[in-house]
Design a protein around this ligand. Structure first.
Ligand code: COA
Length: 326
């Protein structure tokens, strides 16, 4: 036993907007097919936020569920960290809007923008706060309305993404919890996956031949993602002196089934021990890892005491992992 303070997951929650868009629906809009999307990505459907439904709305629902599961009242929260690339407003941050909606006024609250790695980044920040003793009860959220910035005439991107949110409540614990986190970024590849408009660079739709939208070179992103995830998984095992067979569950970023399978192969892990939800909601960016984690917990697959490996890769590029004893 050491004096270390761990950040332990006390409760999880998630939320998907009601409206479902199937691959068949998309095939009515662009030249694609259910078969193409399924075989290349594993995605069958995605959820789309209703008009007026925002990232904070999704974050709020996911947070309520996580708080309930943890048995924590909003006024007990002493930090909110929210991963998102699609905030409601430029400012205040979505974390501040969420804080007020929950009635957790007074605690620090801020957003983290690391694209699809947003939740793993946010979890890492929260873990550091808890380990240092600066916070005891933290709400960590990943929430996105990515469909708001898709070009629905671009079949190479619009079939991949969806809206959704997930949340966890972390509590300081003397026994066990997050064992290590590992974050990386490489800003040199920004143009392979980006949305090139912004406040300071200006909103110049004419330069990129459309408005606010996601642009991606999919096959290049694929290769970088597999390589980066392989390396961060190795780094995590090494840092903890673990054999790859000791991991009970892989809870990966849900972007593409083939990327997930490549990481599972690296870990010599049968797909039965990998949480896959991408078929149900596509790539929800920051929402994806906590959505998968919540499904893993609520379905009863993940049990207390098991070793979980979370990982993500996204625009930036950013990537990272978290190893935890649930
Ligand atoms: N339906 C039908 N055909 C499509 C299509 C769609 N939705 N999207 C692209 N195509 C076509 C392309 O136009 C191309 O046609 P061409 O050969 O006539 O030029 C062909 O399919 C192959 O394109 P390519 O991009 O090489 O396919 P791919 O096997 O790499 O699959 C992705 C494309 C996007 C599914 C894949 O690259 C991928 O998943 N990349 C990672 C994306 C990702 O996860 N990003 C987020 C990371 S956080």
């Amino acid at each position: 036993m050491t004096d270390r303070i761990y950040a332990r997951i006390a409760g999880t929650g998630s939320y998907l907007p009601a409206q479902v868009l199937t691959n068949e629906d998309l095939a009515q809009r662009v030249e694609t097919s259910d078969e193409w999307i399924r075989t290349r990505t594993g995605i069958r459907q995605r959820h789309v936020a209703a008009e007026g439904e925002t990232t904070v709305d999704l974050a709020y629902q996911a947070s309520l569920r996580a708080l309930e599961a943890a048995g924590v009242q909003p006024e007990e929260i002493d930090l909110i960290v929210l991963g998102t690339t699609t905030p409601d407003l430029i400012f205040p941050s979505s974390a501040c809007l969420l804080q007020h909606r929950l009635g957790a006024n007074g605690c620090p609250a801020f957003d983290v923008n690391a694209a699809c790695s947003g939740f793993v980044y946010a979890l890492t920040v929260a873990d550091k706060f808890i380990q240092s003793g600066a916070a005891k009860t933290v709400l960590v959220v990943g929430a996105e309305t990515l469909t708001r910035m898709l070009d629905w005439s671009d079949r190479s991107t619009c079939v991949l993404f969806g809206d959704g949110a997930g949340a966890v409540v972390l509590k300081a614990d003397s026994e066990t919890g997050i064992l290590s986190t590992h974050l990386h970024a490489d800003g040199g590849k920004k143009e392979l996956l980006w949305n090139p408009v912004g406040v300071s660079a200006g909103f110049k739709p004419e330069e990129h031949n459309a408005g606010v939208r996601v642009l991606m070179t999919g096959n290049e992103v694929f290769k970088h993602a597999v390589k980066a995830l392989d390396s961060v998984v190795e780094e995590t095992l090494e840092a903890n002196g673990l054999d790859r067979h000791e991991i009970d569950w892989l809870i990966p970023h849900q972007a593409n089934l083939r990327i997930i399978e490549a990481t599972a192969k690296r870990l010599d892990m049968p797909m039965e021990r990998v949480i896959v939800t991408v078929d149900k909601h596509g790539n929800t960016s920051s929402g994806s890892v906590p959505l998968a984690l919540d499904e893993a917990v609520r379905s009863g697959k993940v049990q207390r005491g098991q070793l979980l490996l979370l990982e993500a890769f996204g625009g930036g590029f950013t990537w990272g992992s978290a190893l935890l004893r649930y």
